[in-house]
Design a protein around this ligand. Structure first.
Ligand SMILES: Nc1ncnc2c1ncn2[C@@H]1O[C@H](COP(=O)(O)OP(=O)(O)OP(=O)(O)O)[C@@H](O)[C@H]1O
Ligand SMILES: [Mg+2]
Length: 142
């Protein structure tokens, strides 16, 4: 269901959404399925929200022992270094006027980070202003 919702968001935003599975065998992680979907949903919807039309969002799954890595990469507006440490704070939003996503509450990332931590995982971000961002979730392999 979440996949359909994200496809609809991407279509509306004129952003190309693709999924790259770079694993031969199924990857297993332990956890609360609904929470893990929520976490990924938050990251992918951000990627779509903060990417101008014509851009691309790619979701990749990789095995990086001892972790499963879920990588959400976009070609969007990017996040300045000084903001990168703050975007996981509750209610923090970067210059809301520039983005398409106006109604946000600034809770998506803090919730995602909390879910990752509850599963003994973590979220890392790399970004370049004007080029795009990559958020990677690491979850311990089962
Ligand atoms: N992929 C991204 N590219 C650029 N900026 C981003 C990206 N993801 C998050 N941000 C920045 O981090 C801020 C916080 O993100 P977060 O998901 O917590 O809140 P939000 O998207 O503003 O609101 P919501 O509660 O609806 O998710 C965003 O407002 C945006 O400025
Ligand atoms: Mg968000």
């Amino acid at each position: 269901m979440w996949r359909k919702q994200l496809a609809a968001l991407a279509l509306q935003a004129k952003v190309n959404l693709k999924v790259e599975k770079r694993v031969r065998q199924p990857i297993e992680v332990m956890g609360d399925e609904a929470q893990l979907y929520r976490m990924v949903y938050n990251l992918v919807s951000n990627a779509i929200d903060y990417t101008p039309p014509g851009g691309e969002v790619a979701i990749a799954l990789e095995k990086e022992s001892p972790y499963a890595a879920i990588r959400v990469r976009d070609t969007g507006i990017g996040i300045a270094e000084e903001d990168r440490s703050r975007i996981f704070d509750r209610f923090y939003r970067v210059d809301a006027h520039r983005s398409r996503h106006q109604g946000g509450s600034g809770l998506g990332l803090p919730i995602s980070r909390a879910i990752a931590r509850l599963h003994n995982g973590k979220i890392e971000v790399e970004s370049e202003v004007g080029r795009g961002s990559t958020f990677t979730v690491y979850l311990p392999l089962r």
